[in-house]
Design a protein around this ligand. Structure first.
Ligand SMILES: Cc1ncc(C[n+]2csc(CCOP(=O)(O)OP(=O)(O)O)c2C)c(N)n1
Ligand SMILES: [Mg+2]
Length: 346
């Protein structure tokens, strides 16, 4: 491909594709959030949004080839959307419907689309890390040049499973890239809070050194920067060079999660509950100003890759697509009660 942007392998179509995917993720999640207000009771479990992390998701996934695989946390809606999973099937899954991606058995926190390499997610912090490492071991044995991307949050770096996995991946030179999406918060605990430091080591990428692998920190609000770093790590992993830890610095623009509220409690948590806890309004306002979706749009418009009219059309198309997903999800049937124990094996 022609290099039109100083980033190898990205031509105009690919850059527009990247922004389009960021918008699709944002618009899908906006409708997940709105469902709690507009259709109370339709979402029965928790949802966790990735607004603020769209550039990190898209920049990372743009480096993959067919046959590659990934695992993520419960903050998981963006990844399958970018891989091409149907938003209708995803919304129906989040609504617990039989037509959902996993037949309504998984919900928001357990989306899976193995046909596209999306091996699954977990609500347990850090759980996906050893699982993805195992997938990378299987890929190494298969010798088909597959790479695994493993996404997790800053909170997960405090788990033993993180260190055990990085150790064995480095020792066995497994084809895996660990993408640490550092959004500065574990629910309401700040990574950088001086009086209650939650995670030793700054930047968190230094933890790679203990496991003899490269560790880099990248601006996760810039999809091209993420593409560059994750792309280099993916190429290294594919060539047998072993794993890398890429710390992608993002910001969580909304609450840790949304769920059905108990009586008397507002439906949503406050827009950003950490702000109400720590009063870090300036931090939040700065993050809003750096919102990766308008930021990348402005870059592409300024360098004439994208016209404002085309950007508006892309946004409008994403809104229509995601609204159709809401309608499909609402109209779909709930699973049959007699199927409740269908996949229970023990
Ligand atoms: C093993 C485990 N401990 C605690 C929890 C409760 N919990 C759910 S999300 C979360 C915060 C995780 O923060 P981070 O890893 O930074 O991910 P983020 O939510 O910021 O994406 C915690 C402590 C859990 N789900 N699993
Ligand atoms: Mg976090």
């Amino acid at each position: 491909m022609t290099d039109t942007n100083g980033v190898e392998g990205l031509d105009r179509d690919r850059l527009v594709w990247m922004w389009t995917q960021m918008v699709r993720v944002r618009e899908f999640e906006e409708r997940v959030k709105r469902t709690f207000e507009e259709h109370p009771g339709v979402i029965r479990g928790h949802t966790h949004l990735a607004d603020g992390a769209e550039a990190s998701i898209v920049g990372s996934l743009a480096t993959l080839r067919p046959g590659d695989q990934l695992m993520t946390t419960y903050r998981c809606h963006g990844y399958p959307l970018v891989l091409g999973t149907s938003p209708k099937a995803m919304m129906a899954e989040i609504y617990g419907k039989a037509a959902g991606l996993c037949g309504g058995y998984g919900g928001s926190m357990h989306l899976t689309d193995v046909s596209r390499g999306f091996l699954g997610t977990s609500g347990i912090v850090g759980q996906g890390i050893p699982q993805a490492t195992g997938a990378a071991y299987a890929a190494q044995i298969r010798r088909q040049g597959q790479v695994v991307l493993c996404f997790f949050g800053d909170g997960a770096t405090k788990q033993g499973a993180f260190h055990e996995s990085l150790n064995i991946a480095s020792l066995w030179k497994l084809p895996i890239v660990y993408v640490l999406e550092n959004n500065n918060y574990n629910v309401v605990t700040r990574v950088e809070q001086e009086d209650a430091n939650a995670a030793a080591g700054e930047p968190l990428a230094v933890k790679a050194r203990a496991h003899s692998m490269p560790g880099v920190t990248v601006d996760g609000g810039d999809p091209l920067a993420v593409y560059g770093e994750v792309g280099a790590a993916v190429a290294r992993a594919r060539d047998g060079g072993g794993p890398t830890l890429v710390e992608s610095k993002v910001y969580r623009l909304s609450a840790h999660g949304n769920s059905i509220a108990p009586p008397g409690v507002p439906l949503h948590f406050p827009e950003h509950e950490a702000i109400t806890t720590f009063g870090a309004t300036e931090e939040y306002e700065a993050a809003k100003r750096g919102d990766p979706v308008p930021r990348f749009r402005a870059k592409l418009v300024t360098d004439t890759t994208l016209s404002p009219a085309e950007a508006d059309r892309i946004t409008e198309a994403a809104r229509t697509e995601m609204q159709e997903a809401v309608e499909f999800g609402l109209e779909s049937e709930l699973p049959k009660p007699e199927d409740a124990v269908k996949y229970v094996y023990a």
